[in-house]
Write a protein that binds this ligand. Structure first.
Ligand SMILES: [Zn+2]
Length: 326
């Protein structure tokens, strides 16, 4: 940590103390939850969606990371820190997605009156390949900075099955925090659970007779779908989405697609299409075969008029294009 970073952290700490003191003088203690909405800060859109679905009229939820922005390299601002200290509940994805929480928020904020919900705690997580760790952390290693590198694939929310497990954690947290409304939460959780469960069943049934076992994606975010429904992903920009592919890596994907006669490339609209477009034109130039680019959503915000759940449902239809054709 250099002196500039130390100065920044001290500034942030002083600001937070000042704001906390002002809030204490102005507002005193928070009123009990039955007299107001439970205030929830979710780190990103899928979690905010789940909180809203389960909490309904009894929660006020804020997504910390703006919709449809890169989540892997995001860092909180001072106002984000303040909104976290004022929340009743902070909902995290966990599995290494929010490295900044442990490194920057926990040491700095007093969260003794806030319940932190790690929605993937205790779930069966997939390991992250050695070569797919975050580029920034590798750079920090070189400067000797201490960090906690994640060993897990963080993209749990893209699997309806894992999402259901995460939503269940949110349900338990809301029920425990605000027991007066537990019946309300239970009914809404039942309805969300039913939707996610039936989507999981649809994925299983509709992908059961697939004729292919591999998809090529821009960002390798679909590992939990692969593992649950029995196929593989190869990605152009890896698991952390901020690494540029080398010429060799692009070449390897093109060779693989030619060998296996793969004609579908998957792309999330949140990411740049440039690498995917070059691969498409290169294969079409070499072989004359037409390559189709199909949308596969990351669920990082409402997009194309689709909410989080609708994006998961749409992904199944997209996967059928690549996995059920010859
Ligand atoms: Zn990602």
């Amino acid at each position: 940590m250099n002196s500039k970073q130390v100065a920044l952290i001290l500034t942030v700490a002083v600001l937070i103390l000042a704001v906390s003191a002002a809030l204490y003088i102005l507002g005193g203690q928070k009123p009990p939850p039955q007299e107001r909405n439970v205030s929830v800060v979710a780190t990103f859109y899928p979690l905010a969606y789940m909180v809203q679905e389960i909490g309904g009229d009894h929660v006020s939820v804020k997504s910390l990371i703006p919709y449809n922005t890169e989540v892997h390299s995001w860092q909180p601002s001072v106002s984000d820190m303040v909104s976290m200290t004022n929340a009743d509940l902070i909902v995290l994805n966990g599995a290494g997605l929010e490295q900044w929480f442990e490194e920057k928020v926990m040491p700095l904020l007093n969260l003794s009156r806030t319940l932190v919900v790690d929605t993937t705690a205790g779930l069966e997580l997939l390991p992250l390949g050695d070569h797919e760790h975050h580029q920034d952390y590798e750079n920090e290693h070189e400067t000797g900075e201490h960090n906690h590198e994640s060993d897990y694939d963080p993209h749990t929310w893209l699997s309806p099955y894992m999402a259901m497990k995460q939503a269940e954690k949110i349900y338990f947290a809301l029920k425990n925090f605000d027991p007066d409304n537990s019946e309300y939460y239970r009914q809404r959780w039942d309805s969300l659970k039913t939707r996610l469960n039936s989507l999981d069943t649809s994925y299983q049934q509709e992908l059961a007779n697939k004729s292919r076992e591999m998809i090529i994606t821009s960002h390798g975010a679909y590992g939990y779908l692969c593992s649950r429904y029995g196929f593989e992903q190869r990605s152009v920009i890896g698991l952390t989405a901020d690494k540029q592919p080398s010429v060799q890596e692009m070449r390897a994907i093109i060779d693989l697609m030619n060998e296996q006669n793969i004609s579908v490339l998957y792309l999330d609209p949140a990411y740049s299409p440039s690498y995917i477009n070059s691969i498409k034109s290169e294969i079409e130039r070499q072989t004359g075969r037409r390559v189709e680019i199909v949308k596969l959503y990351l669920g990082l915000g409402p997009v194309d008029g689709k909410d989080y759940f609708e994006q998961l449902a749409s992904n199944l239809q997209s996967l059928k294009i690549g996995l059920l054709t010859n």
